[in-house]
Design a protein around this ligand. Structure first.
Ligand code: HEM
Length: 407
């Protein structure tokens, strides 16, 4: 394997450390060293925190092929699985399981996330967004957009859907933040994980005793019927609660920052009320920002030939969808934010059987936010220099910790 960027092959003893660092001043672009690996070849080796050297799958087409391959496992307990940090628990939610158990548990919670059910929630989400903007406009003309808007929108929505009291948001937001961080002491993450499991388990107890019309009560019915253990129900609750607010919140804040840094693109969005244009903008921002920047993690169950290499059974695989979404073979001028382009093929929601369950909800929330916020506050501007902002380099989900804005 030859390259102008890398002179060593994929088995080089000097496999680069993963994850890699983004370039200073380029907060929206994947790390240059990661893009260099993409240019160097389709399959590369990288070194993780524990010294293991899994495969890095750099190209969009191979990424989709592997994520859809049943010989590839998402089971975190398998030897060779390239974990991003020491394991926090002994049991795991279905995102870290293989079929058929993954499919069985996923099916139990799919109904509220279908497009039809999500569309029925659009007016309620619009009201949440409008109320939060009203509150911002009623106060002083500056705020931290993360606290005032980006975090509350998806947190209110997922609480309503699951049947989690929103009054507990400080508790679950804080513990999620610690849990998805890659740095910090492992004990801190274990405590955060146990706190969330305990909390969901207690809530499940109430839902089992007194079912309401919400997703957790639906899981409670499964527990009563003996189809799901109470522990599995709590694991699913934690997964949905975290995935339901962290991701969308970061897309709202980072998406706003990206638009403020690209005023021509923001003008396009502000100047339209065409839902198709807004939906297209959401897809392009998902592609461009790819906030789940830690790579999809998998282990090979059998030998798999791909990209001119053989991944051996038991070897780890990392699928960095951030560079998949910047693959020049698939997207012209991939490093340009271009709300005109058709970005629907992006892999920001993953691919294959673990493809994001919440994507219809995330899309709808982002469409409501992006079509409302900049029209209702047309003078919205960044109230800090770009290099003063603190980015979530350390977490499983990328974004900004705070976004000072003024209007
Ligand atoms: C912009 C927002 C979001 C992004 C970028 C995103 C991204 C992703 C990605 C990349 C995966 C695949 C993981 C893998 O293959 O290892 C995933 C899975 C998942 N997401 Fe999302 N997500 C978002 C919002 C949501 C929301 C709102 C929910 C609602 C609860 C949600 C629930 C899930 C669940 C349950 C899975 C696991 C699916 C499975 O294993 O079958 N996500 N998400």
């Amino acid at each position: 394997m030859t390259s102008t960027v890398h002179t060593e092959g994929p088995h080089a003893p000097s496999a680069p450390d993963y994850p890699m660092e983004r370039a200073a001043g380029c907060p929206f672009d994947p790390p240059p060293a990661l893009k260099a690996e993409q240019e160097a070849g389709p399959l590369r080796k990288v070194r993780l925190w524990d010294g293991t050297t899994p495969w890095l799958v750099t190209r969009y087409a191979d990424q989709r092929t592997l994520l859809a391959d049943p010989r590839v496992s998402a089971d975190i307990t398998r030897p060779g699985y390239p974990s991003s940090a020491p394991l926090q628990g002994t049991s795991f939610s279905f995102i870290l399981m293989d079929d058929p158990e993954h499919a069985r548990q996923r099916r139990m919670v799919t109904a509220p996330f279908t497009i039809k059910r999500v569309e029925a929630m659009r007016p309620a989400v619009q009201k949440i967004v409008d109320d939060l903007i009203d509150a911002m406009l009623a106060g002083p003309p500056k705020a931290d957009l993360v606290q005032a808007f980006a975090l509350p929108v998806p947190s209110l929505v997922i609480c309503e859907l699951l049947g989690v009291p929103y009054t507990d948001h400080d508790f679950f937001q804080e513990n999620s933040k610690v849990l998805i961080s890659r740095t910090g002491p492992p004990e801190g993450r274990t405590t955060a994980y146990n706190n969330l499991i305990e909390y969901l388990d207690e809530l499940m107890g109430h839902k089992i005793a007194q079912p309401a019309d919400d997703l957790l009560s639906g899981l409670g019915t499964r527990v009563r019927a003996g189809e799901l253990t109470r522990r599995d129900a709590a694991e699913t609750g934690v997964l949905l609660l975290i995935a339901g607010h962290e991701t969308t919140a970061n897309m709202i804040a980072l998406g706003t920052l990206a638009l403020l840094q690209h005023p021509d693109q923001l003008d396009r969005l502000r100047g339209t009320d065409d839902p198709k244009v807004v939906a297209g903008a959401v897809e392009e921002l998902l592609r461009y920002l790819n906030i789940t920047h830690g790579g999809r993690r998998r282990a090979a169950l059998e030998d798999i030939e791909i990209g001119g290499e053989v991944i051996r059974a038991g070897e780890g695989i990392i699928v960095p969808n951030d560079i998949g979404n910047r693959d020049p073979e698939v997207f012209d001028d991939p490093d340009r934010l271009d709300l005109h382009r058709d970005a629907r093929r992006h892999v920001a929601f993953g691919f294959g059987v673990h493809q994001c369950l919440g994507q219809p909800l995330a899309r709808m929330e982002l469409q409501v936010v992006y079509s409302t916020l900049y029209r209702r506050i047309p003078t919205l501007r960044l109230d800090a220099a770009l290099d003063e902002l603190s980015f979530k380099h350390d977490g499983a989900v990328y974004g900004v910790y705070e976004l000072p804005v003024a209007w």
